[in-house]
Write a protein of this length. Structure first.
Length: 314
């Protein structure tokens, strides 16, 4: 951590590199002027001391300290103050970019919500019991890193499931599929991936994250996953809006769920049903329009594509 802080404070922002280039040209010019001043004064006054005083005066007045020293000092102080507030900048470039932000893009799970999803409702669609589908889902989800997997793995026992599974594949933005011994092919993921529609009998199904399950290409169950908003999400959004910063939520969840959260928090724009690639493309679209964008995601959801962005807050 100390090493990261030292590297951030010692890094150069683009403005600092410009200052170095200017100083690199400015210093020889100033020295040349000082030499000319010394020679001219000595030729006119024949007073070497007076000529030296004039030459030194030129050097003192024209010294590019503001260019060469002030910028690095400001970066060091800025990074240090940010750390006191619990904010870590990877380098000075990120610090400079932060000052230009006019649009903040937020992920939903673990950023606006607590990141502790639970199963709020289950509807069975096939011959398997609730205990069976939950046990199978928990065992397979335990092998993934998606935040939604916690709804199954942290609330249901998986050690009792002794059947082996193979050929487990994670499909980005969709779900997982695997061959389970004695059962067959199991697919778990979004309603679009599993081709299972949400029930319309209860409002929870309209505002919850839905996870479907198919076994041997037949609907087996659908789960409603609920997650609570963080206590400070509303305050954070309100502060951003008071600063004139546009807020956008991007999520892989259904549009109705994302719209519900955006309405609760007063977020300006909401985009749902996006893959990580879709989120990155949307951010690049905003940047192409001239927006200075910061993307806020939870650490475990930091995708390789976010590394292409100038400022990612985790």
């Amino acid at each position: 951590m100390i090493k990261a802080l030292s590297e951030a404070q010692g890094s150069k922002a683009p403005i600092a590199r410009i200052a170095d280039k200017v100083a690199g040209v400015f210093v020889p010019v100033v020295v040349s002027i000082a030499v000319v001043t010394f020679i001219a004064t000595w030729l006119i006054t024949h007073d070497a001391v007076k000529a030296l005083v004039h030459a030194v005066s030129v050097l003192v007045i024209a010294c590019p300290c503001a260019l060469g020293l002030a910028t690095p000092a400001a970066i060091m102080v800025g990074v240090g103050l940010a750390v006191r507030q619990g904010i870590w900048f990877k380098n000075a470039t990120a610090l400079e970019a932060a000052g230009k932000i006019d649009t903040v893009v937020l992920d939903k799970t673990g950023t606006l919500t607590e990141g502790r999803p639970t199963i709020a409702a289950t509807q069975l669609l096939g011959a398997y019991s609730e205990e069976q589908v939950l046990t199978i889902a928990s065992a397979l989800e335990a092998q993934t890193t998606h935040p939604i997997a916690k709804a199954f793995t942290e609330n249901h026992q998986t050690h009792a499931f002794s059947k082996k599974n193979s050929n487990l594949h994670t499909l980005e933005g969709k779900g997982i599929s695997a061959q389970v011994e004695g059962i067959g092919e199991v697919q778990i993921g979004s309603p679009a991936f599993t081709q299972i529609s949400a029930p319309e009998t209860d409002s929870i199904w309209q505002i919850a994250t839905l996870v479907g399950m198919r076994i041997n290409n037949q609907p087996a169950a659908i789960f409603a996953i609920a997650d609570t908003l963080k206590a400070d999400s509303q305050t954070a959004i309100s502060r951003l809006k008071s600063m004139g910063i546009r807020t956008v939520i991007l999520s892989g969840d259904r549009q109705s769920v994302v719209d519900h959260i955006a309405k609760q928090l007063g977020i300006d724009e909401a985009k749902g049903e996006l893959t990580p690639r879709g989120k990155a493309d949307f951010i690049q679209h905003l940047q192409a329009q001239g927006a200075h964008v910061a993307m806020i995601v939870m650490v475990s959801m930091t995708h390789q594509r976010w590394q292409q962005q100038r400022l990612v807050l985790r």
